[in-house]
Write a protein that binds this ligand. Structure first.
Ligand code: MN
Ligand code: MN
Length: 463
């Protein structure tokens, strides 16, 4: 054999994804991303993602699951967990005792939640106090336009939906920053210290109420809120309001090959698995799609992946077939669909180039996540990676194996370990992201498409 043949047969060489697909598929890439951008602009919070997900699912014939309902292959059901997380299933031809194919993404993203007593006035300007949610670089959240989303739950049981700043006619909000002329001291601080959590106060008004009392601007803001929503200051106690960046999803680059948007992590994977389960015919094994909440703060709470809500729904599904949940879990397979870091040539020092995901190289598979010696990862087995190699090769999925940064540079986690703890074989897979957790993140359209294709291939397993 000549040396060239040895190179071909022995080296593992990856190629830019655009060299691996034809013009027809390139059109599919761009068309798929139009749907994704629409989803992003409708789903700015976990609640809105669940609502939008249900709308899309019902259009495709999904119905709410009720314990005890008779189900046959091809039936499509969903479970809405308190409006904050969503599980969809398409019943497979094989019994649940053969296990399910699960894809789990999260629909919460880093943001600024209002405190429960948020409203105050200082220097005749009114503000909301915030408590940030998820891992953010605080300096990125000042001087950008913000929208307000969420609910106010009233004492009488009514729940008022709030969306302000989305409509082009709406006002928006902002957190101010120090002018450079007076920032000599601030600029000497570290980036972690330059903008403090308690300085993330949102500017919301300045016109005083026409009387002689104190806090006239605060009173004027409250009167506007009362006019529009019928609420009082006390109602904030039972509100869940959050400020999110007011950026539309947009094509980025002359070639429109990227999408810039707020909250790609992890709605880019949530949309991929949602689209995949909506596009699915009757699968061999039951397909399950999870849109989880609270991943960004450790998958805690009733709507996070540590919650028994998932087990309850799955047990209910199993019981329709007289199958024990544990028998189903031990044979199930889960793609923990979450984003990974894309190598950024502006910051090469944090990455180990050979093992970092590259833009346009396809769906990123992380065998393990974690930090400091793989701490906190479920670390998928070699056999599971081999399973994916087969699956993706057969389905024409372009993918890459990757990890998050250099050893000891940092790290992160996903829902993977909580799925694996349930005795479900689980591996992380998702879209590489540039500037993850920033108010405006960037992904490659090619990688979005391949993540959709990868999840669909998992659901359609031919093995
Ligand atoms: Mn994530
Ligand atoms: Mn994240």
């Amino acid at each position: 054999m000549s040396e060239n043949n040895w190179r071909e047969s022995l080296f593992y060489e990856q190629k830019n994804g655009y060299d691996l697909i034809d013009a027809e598929e390139t059109k599919l890439v761009y068309a798929y991303c139009e749907g994704y951008k629409r989803f992003m602009d409708a789903a700015r919070t976990e609640r809105e993602a669940v609502k939008t997900g249900i709308e899309l699912a019902e259009e495709e014939g999904f119905v709410p699951f009720a314990p005890g309902m008779a189900l046959k292959a091809g039936d499509k059901v969903y479970f809405n967990n308190r409006g904050k997380s969503l599980i969809l299933a398409v019943i497979g031809k094989k019994p649940m005792s053969e296990g399910c194919v699960i894809a789990g993404a999260h629909v919460d993203s880093p943001r600024l939640d209002l405190k429960q007593l948020p409203l105050f006035e200082d220097t005749e300007m009114a503000y909301f106090k915030t408590h940030y949610y998820g891992g953010i670089k605080k300096y990125q959240w000042v001087t950008i336009p913000l929208e307000l989303h969420g609910v106010v739950a009233l004492k009488n049981g009514d729940v008022i939906d709030v969306v302000i700043g989305r409509d082009p006619e709406d006002p928006q909000f902002v957190i101010t920053d120090l002018l450079p002329h007076l920032a000599a001291d601030q600029m000497k601080k570290t980036m972690a210290e330059g903008v403090k959590g308690e300085a993330l106060n949102i500017l919301i008004g300045s016109v005083p109420y026409a009387d002689e009392g104190k806090d006239r601007v605060k009173l004027a803001v409250l009167s506007l809120l009362h006019d529009d929503y019928g609420i009082t200051e006390e109602d904030f106690l039972s509100a869940e309001l959050t400020a999110v960046p007011a950026f539309e999803s947009r094509d980025i680059g002359f070639d429109r090959s990227f999408i810039g948007a707020y909250g790609h992590d992890d709605r880019v994977c949530a949309y991929a698995e949602l689209r995949a389960i909506l596009d699915l015919d009757v699968p061999e094994r039951t397909a399950v799609c999870i849109l989880a909440d609270k991943e960004e703060i450790g998958s805690e709470g009733v709507s996070g992946m540590q919650s028994q809500a998932f087990d309850t729904f799955m047990a209910d599904l199993c019981e329709t077939q007289g199958v024990a949940l544990r028998r189903c879990f031990e044979k199930s397979f889960c793609l923990s669909a979450d984003v990974c870091n894309a190598f950024d040539p502006n910051y090469p020092e944090v990455s180990e180039k050979r093992n970092e995901a590259k833009v346009n190289y396809g769906m990123g598979i992380c065998k393990y996540t974690g930090a400091r010696g793989k701490s906190g990862t479920s670390d998928a087995s070699a056999e599971i990676v081999a399973h994916l190699r087969r699956l993706f090769a057969d389905a024409g999925v372009v993918w890459q194996l990757c990890e998050l940064g250099k050893v000891d540079q940092g790290g992160g986690g996903t829902i993977a370990k909580f799925m694996a703890n349930r005795n479900i074989d689980t591996i992380d897979a998702g879209v590489p992201v540039l500037s993850m957790h920033a108010p405006y993140e960037t992904v490659s359209k090619f990688d979005c498409w391949m993540t959709y294709k990868g999840v669909l291939a998992a659901y359609q397993e031919k093995a």
